[in-house]
Design a protein around this ligand. Structure first.
Ligand SMILES: NC(=O)c1ccc[n+]([C@@H]2O[C@H](COP(=O)([O-])OP(=O)(O)OC[C@H]3O[C@@H](n4cnc5c(N)ncnc54)[C@H](OP(=O)(O)O)[C@@H]3O)[C@@H](O)[C@H]2O)c1
Length: 321
């Protein structure tokens, strides 16, 4: 079958580690099923894999792709939950120490077919397109958990989202606005700040800019480039929720500021199957749909990954077949 795989690692030129071409059919363990892939969205995670972050060399070649929508063996339209748990003992699979995402231990979704645990399938409603459905399991689920499980925000409070154009950031803007929070966003790019406001942000600021007042919660996926601003932006007693560190994960922590202002710094990773079902229900109840920057054929996975690497995006990039 056709697939887009990491065949080596290249920290500086990740696209050179990508191979588009034939790959063996999925191996199907007991309790797993094969999904006929219709759409898979591209995440920064796929770029990390090509750079060699989070994947040991002995697992190569590895098909990229965390999330997908497709047809199960009975022809039902399904969305694939990307978190593969050990299946025992954890009500919240995101804290299972043996969990992985598709494309970490098991082959990913940038392929004609992908094997997944049967328990990881949820029904795809007809009102979501294949491409929209494929945006939910990683970027949108991460945003949902950051906002509604990890942030402690209540309607009327102010949230700052660092970064505007990314898959997670655009999801955060849309979900936060829908939930009744006052939504502030930063971006390096003026055009993206304008688009963030059109998408639902109440205001948008240049990255690092002084804000009119401190916020209740900062949602952080940028990392080193915005961390100092994040700590300056949050009010005493406020909270920072971190789900990513695109620009680097080792900024000065500024511990004094954290204890003196009694800040809470909270990590967040993906989400549970239950949260994915609630996210789908929220899309149904509100009419929200993932913002898609580009749809490309699976055979153009190289172009799609190049767009993520260039950062010149506003919303998700989705591969379809
Ligand atoms: N913990 C988890 O489970 C989880 C799940 C999903 C994603 N993530 C992580 O979250 C991050 C975002 O993922 P994504 O798929 O949304 O990636 P993406 O589409 O590549 O988004 C990149 C975002 O980062 C901002 N950005 C990048 N470099 C920046 C810099 N130097 N200064 C300021 N802003 C910068 C961009 O903002 P502007 O272009 O608007 O300035 C954009 O909003 C990645 O690191 C990813 O690995 C983690």
């Amino acid at each position: 079958m056709f697939a887009a795989s990491a065949v080596t690692f290249s920290p500086d030129e990740p696209l050179t580690a990508l191979r588009l071409g034939e790959h063996p059919e999925p191996v199907v363990p007991e309790g797993w099923v094969v999904v006929d892939m219709r759409a898979a969205s591209v995440n920064h995670h796929d770029l990390w894999t090509l750079k060699g972050v989070g994947l040991p060399a002995e697992r190569l070649p590895m098909i990229l792709g965390c999330d997908a929508a497709g047809l199960d063996p009975d022809g039902n339209e399904v969305i694939v939950h990307a978190v593969i748990s050990s299946g025992v003992g954890y009500a919240d699979e995101t804290v299972d120490p043996r969990r992985s995402l598709l494309s970490e231990k098991h082959q990913g979704t940038f392929a004609e077919r992908v094997a997944v645990p049967a328990r990881n399938l949820i029904p795809k409603p007809a009102w979501l397109t294949w491409a929209q459905a494929a945006c939910l399991p990683t970027a949108w689920l991460t945003a949902y958990r950051m906002l509604f499980t990890r942030s402690g925000l209540v309607p009327g409070q102010t949230v700052l989202i660092q970064g505007a154009g990314g898959g997670v950031s655009t999801a955060l803007i849309m979900l936060a606005r829908q939930a009744g929070f006052r939504v502030w966003v930063t971006s390096r790019d003026e055009a993206k700040r304008t688009r963030a406001v059109e998408l639902g942000a109440h205001d948008a600021f240049a990255s690092g800019a002084r804000l009119p007042e401190r916020v209740d919660v900062v949602l952080e996926t940028v990392g080193a480039a915005t961390w100092a601003h994040t700590l300056r932006a949050v009010r005493p007693g406020g909270r920072v929720v971190i789900a990513g560190a695109t620009s680097g994960s080792q900024p000065p922590a500024d511990l004094s500021r954290i204890f003196f202002l009694q800040l809470s710094v909270v990590g967040s990773t993906m989400g549970t199957r239950d949260e994915l079902e609630r996210l789908v229900a929220m899309c149904g109840a509100t009419g929200l749909r993932p913002l898609i920057d580009h749809e490309l054929p699976l055979t153009s996975a190289d172009e799609a990954l190049g767009r993520i690497a260039a950062g010149d995006l506003f919303g998700k990039v989705v591969l379809t077949r």
